[in-house]
Design a binder for this molecule. Structure first.
Ligand SMILES: [Zn+2]
Length: 264
């Protein structure tokens, strides 16, 4: 499985390599909507929970969803595990490598020609289906990339441009979010794939507006490179789980680093 995985993932670094150069050029306006307003008030302190609810109380959805067994409590209550490599909230950036750096997920599954961890793949499938239902076609360009693949990618950057430039444009092995199996680069199959102009496609706009509903976060927003370490990538999404993504979205934080309190 390992061999297969590597071979499959090996196609993509080349594409990614070409792309990373394009963090330049001019953009007007921030394409990432920072909607924070409408969601804020959720009072939820409506009816005091007495022991014997009178006929009045109709907690609708809550009651329906409540399983009769001991609820496995979602526990995403603001103490995300940022360090375990298998954690959906593992923080990986240019200063926070995976540990161990050679980490490889054990639950990779194929999705759209790439590999993702199972939960991320399922969420992506639902996301793509939702987009498709609105007439928006989205394709996968890159998913999991192995440590070994990243070694090759990074070394070719170093050989061609020197280490300084390599560190700007590429990730060192063990420092790429794609190695978590939770990062997904999307495209349309068009000329703007992995280019700055991708941000103006229907696919990018739809994903920017809806990805959080499926547990994905736009990871490298416009002009956040000092925090994220990367130029704007309107195509790179990171799966963190639906609940985490929802809270992140409501928070209005520009990046996961800000949201998780680890911004430099
Ligand atoms: Zn990416």
């Amino acid at each position: 499985m390992m061999g297969l995985t590597i071979r499959k993932a090996g196609i993509y670094p080349l594409v990614g390599t070409l792309v990373l150069l394009c963090g330049c050029s001019t953009h007007s306006g921030s394409p990432t909507p920072a909607k924070t307003s409408s969601v804020a008030n959720t009072p939820s302190a409506s009816t005091p929970a007495k022991e014997t609810p009178t006929a009045e109380a109709t907690p609708t959805a809550e009651a329906e969803a409540a399983p009769s067994k001991a609820a496995p409590s979602p526990s995403t209550s603001r103490s995300p595990d940022l360090t375990s490599p298998d954690s959906l909230t593992a923080l990986v950036n240019k200063t926070h490598p995976l540990s161990p750096e050679t980490y490889a997920p054990v639950d990779l599954v194929p999705f759209g020609g790439v590999y993702l961890r199972q939960e991320a793949a399922q969420a992506a499938e639902e996301m793509f289906a939702a987009a498709s239902a609105e007439g928006i076609g989205i394709t996968t360009l890159s998913g999991y990339r192995s440590y070994e693949t990243q070694v090759g990618t990074y070394n070719s950057w170093v050989a061609t441009y020197g280490q300084e430039q390599a560190d700007v444009a590429s990730a060192r092995p063990g420092y790429s979010e794609h190695q978590t199996g939770l990062a997904l680069d999307i495209g349309t199959g068009g000329a703007c794939d992995l280019q700055v102009c991708f941000k103006d496609t229907d696919a990018a706009r739809w994903a920017a507006a809806h990805a959080h509903e499926y547990g994905f976060v736009l990871r490298y927003p416009w002009w956040q490179h000092e925090t994220t370490g990367y130029w704007y990538e309107s195509w790179h999404f990171r799966y963190v789980g639906r609940e985490e993504a929802a809270v992140f979205h409501r928070s209005g934080a520009p990046t996961l680093e800000d949201f998780w309190g680890v911004a430099p």
